[in-house]
Ligand binder design. Structure first.
Ligand SMILES: Cc1ncc(C[n+]2csc(CCOP(=O)(O)OP(=O)(O)O)c2C)c(N)n1
Length: 363
């Protein structure tokens, strides 16, 4: 159980560190999608530094990085045994970025060293011939959920929690993924969870509004309709939404603390024999509303005159049009996309100096 003193502490310096981690992971994600060379932008960006064919889903990625950073805070604060299943596993740059930042990637692949030359290799290999896929895959350290085919994250999360009483499985569900039949049916898996012998599953609905570049149903229905739908599946709904990172960090940290306390209460009551008989006990779901491509400043960062952040273009696979590569006048668009994240390059150096004692396993 977390005490008030710790809650107060986590709203200050810890959240600033967490924000730096998030920005560093975002930079590493952009770098994987776009950059062939010049990994920390030591020289002005040229066409030769940009990959000729871009494959990687930027839209879902800042949200995945956001959740990853917050789960790591929880793991450290509470010494939790936790697994992170990334439903939008097509946001592969996010799980790879975090695994590299915390050192797991280098432990598994020693040639991808934790320095600038390793970063160069990390960027170059992503979705490139002879490299790694653009989605979370068996080669991603800790992976149990293949990210290329949508729909199975929540089922895999429950599968991991069964017979693992000390495990909490946080499962990010894409709002587009939520429209698949497999995912829609998986909400009912909580009926099979026994709080005495099984662990807990914490679904986190990533409501960024789009499935690639098309609107999603769950982001378009009224808030109370979505809440009632999830309550019907016997989940208590906690909403985290906004576009100011500092506010969102505070909201997310407080929400996750509340949910973890709640999970602990349910499990303690069930394991002492004082809980209610019938599963499921009402556990939490976070509906996290992060605009796609969140780190790109609205309006100021445009591609061919189109605003990126919070739009379908930001959610799309290939954020940079191939025209940008061919036509030099469009090239500054790429530099601007990288610039808000170049604070991330600094953040990478800062975060790299921190020593995360525990890790979230990407799946
Ligand atoms: C079963 C299946 N159907 C379709 C696709 C193609 N696809 C890849 S990503 C995606 C959109 C997923 O939407 P969401 O989960 O909201 O992720 P985001 O749009 O935030 O990247 C689709 C339809 C797929 N990978 N798997």
């Amino acid at each position: 159980m977390i005490d008030d003193a710790f809650r107060a502490h986590t709203t200050g310096d810890d959240l600033a560190t967490l924000d730096r981690w998030w920005r560093a992971a975002n930079y590493l994600s952009v770098g994987q999608i776009y950059l062939l060379a010049n990994p920390i932008l030591t020289v002005p960006l040229t066409t030769d530094h940009v990959k000729p064919r871009l494959l990687g889903h930027w839209g879902t990625t800042p949200g995945l990085n956001f959740v990853y950073a917050h789960l790591n805070r929880l793991i450290r604060a509470r010494d939790l045994n936790m697994l992170y299943v990334a439903g939008p596993g097509h946001g592969g740059p996010a799980v790879v970025a975090n695994a590299w930042l915390e050192g797991t990637y280098t432990e598994t692949y020693p040639d991808v060293t934790l320095d600038v030359s390793g970063m160069q290799r990390l960027f170059h290999q992503f979705s490139f011939p002879g490299g790694i896929p653009s989605h979370a895959a068996p080669v991603t350290p800790g992976s149990i959920n293949e990210g290329g085919e949508l729909g199975y994250s929540l089922a895999h999360a429950y599968g991991a929690a069964f017979d693992n009483p000390d495990l909490i499985v946080a499962c990010v569900i894409g709002d587009g993924e939520a429209e698949t039949g497999a995912l829609a049916a998986s909400w009912h898996s909580n009926k099979f969870l026994d709080p005495v012998h099984d662990g807990a599953v914490l679904p986190i609905l990533h409501l960024n509004g789009y499935k690639i570049a098309n609107h999603t149903v769950l982001a378009r229905i009224p808030d109370d309709e979505l809440t009632k739908l999830l309550e019907g599946y016997v989940h208590t709904v906690y909403r985290v939404e906004g576009d100011d990172p500092a506010t969102m960090h505070r909201q997310m940290a407080t929400t996750l603390d509340t949910i973890c306390d709640h999970i602990a209460d349910i499990q303690t009551a069930a394991r002492n024999g004082t809980g209610s008989e019938r599963p499921p006990r009402r556990t939490g779901t976070v509906a996290a509303q992060l605009p796609p491509g969140r780190t790109v400043r609205p309006r100021r960062t445009t591609c061919n005159g189109h605003c990126r952040a919070g739009t379908s273009r930001a959610a799309a696979n290939e954020c940079q049009s191939p025209r940008q590569r061919r036509h030099p006048p469009h090239r500054p668009g790429t530099a601007r996309l990288a610039r808000p994240c170049s604070r991330g390059a600094r953040a990478w150096r800062d975060a790299h100096r921190t020593d995360p004692r525990s890790r979230t396993t990407a799946a």
